[in-house]
Ligand binder design. Structure first.
Ligand code: TRP
Length: 350
């Protein structure tokens, strides 16, 4: 049985969005709109799985939720044609997560590498929510019976868990699903990851071997989506390089992570290949390449920063977008919840 193709993805509202988030995720979200019905969710319930020192407390959570929404819209996601909303406004996420809690096995969750990383040494003190995070993520996706999920490489294992949960639910409740006439005994599709950003992993401007990250202590390591033109120029001019001129061939970038990163950023922002960029800049000094990169970054990112600023200045407008998105998300989610409850045997008002 085939399901209608639908895209779902989520972004956590923690910290500031930067160029890595933009090129690694948001650009792909924008592109998927041309071919699919898309649901983009600001996952505020996932954000609170870490300590308040990480997500910043209630006021900061509300601010970053609106900021991610503004970034989506400023980057070209259309909240009317597609759906943009925050997770906590659709109760089905929590409800389906509970059912999935009873399908997923402890052994499966114990294998999740991200939990181990995030919990660190003091695992006894990690929240139960952090442990359960991947189950909530499966519920996010399957609540809409989404078939395609654009995610970073680091979320691949969580996607596999979502597939395992969907499959076990379909198997365990197969007879009940069939008796309720749903999809030949398949209530849930097995969602496919679309691994993003393989070609455009954006690295730190201070160390080309580390990912660009919101948690890096130095703000010079990243370009934030809200940086103004002067800040962008300063950060790129200070970005680490090496003393050699740029190579003329892509192969020459291999042992030079900082050069590779800057050329990669130029390529991604201009929609060209690295080889093509090197045809223009190979053999030249970093200083002139950096000037061109500053101009490109400012041209591409300033309009987004400007639009984000305009949007976040009117929180009422953003909230209205999230409420409208939630209403349309809920309409889809409610159908899945009704079916899921019937299939499990939960009595409900008809
Ligand atoms: N865990 C994802 C991340 O940190 C965010 C996320 C939550 C998500 N729910 C999702 C991504 C559902 C895709 C689909 O990147």
């Amino acid at each position: 049985m085939s399901f209608v193709e639908r895209v779902f993805s989520g972004v956590q509202p923690t910290g500031n969005l930067h160029l890595g988030n933009y090129l690694g995720a948001i650009v792909n979200f924008v592109k998927m709109q041309e071919t699919h019905n898309c649901i983009y969710c600001v996952v505020d319930m996932h954000a609170i799985t870490m300590g308040m020192d990480v997500w910043g407390g209630p006021a900061e959570l509300a601010r970053t939720t609106r900021e991610v929404t503004a970034a989506f819209i400023a980057s070209g996601i259309d909240p009317k044609k597609h759906i943009v909303f925050n997770q906590s406004q659709v109760s089905g996420h929590a409800e389906l997560a509970w059912i999935f809690n009873c399908v997923a096995r402890m052994g499966w969750l114990n294998r999740m590498t991200q939990f181990k990383e995030k919990a660190g040494k003091d695992r006894e003190n990690a929240s139960v929510g952090l442990y359960d995070y991947p189950v909530l993520m499966a519920a996010d996706i399957l609540l809409y019976r989404a078939t395609h999920v654009p995610v970073g490489e680091d979320q691949k294992q969580h996607l596999e868990l979502s597939r395992d949960i969907a499959q076990k639910f379909n198997n365990d409740f197969g007879d009940s699903i069939r008796s309720h006439g749903a999809h030949d005994g398949m209530l849930f599709p097995l969602p496919e990851p679309l691994i993003m950003g393989a070609a455009t992993r954006v690295m730190s401007l201070r160390d080309g071997t580390k990912k660009m990250s919101k948690s890096d202590a130095s703000d010079y390591s990243r370009i934030n989506l809200t940086d103004d033109a002067d800040t962008i120029a300063q950060k790129i001019r200070k970005a680490k390089t090496d003393p050699e001129p740029l190579p003329s061939e892509e192969k020459g970038l291999e042992p030079r992570p900082e050069a590779d990163n800057l050329v990669g950023i130029f390529a991604a922002l201009s929609g060209r290949s690295k080889a093509d960029v090197l045809r223009d800049f190979g053999g030249g000094q970093f200083s002139s390449f950096k000037n061109a990169l500053v101009e490109l970054c400012v041209t591409k990112l300033s309009p987004i920063a400007g639009e984000m600023k305009r949007l976040v200045a009117d929180p009422g407008h953003i909230d209205a977008i999230l409420i409208d998105g939630s209403d349309r998300a809920r309409a889809i989610a409610d159908e899945t919840m009704k079916l899921s409850k019937d299939v499990v045997g939960f009595i409900r008002r008809r």
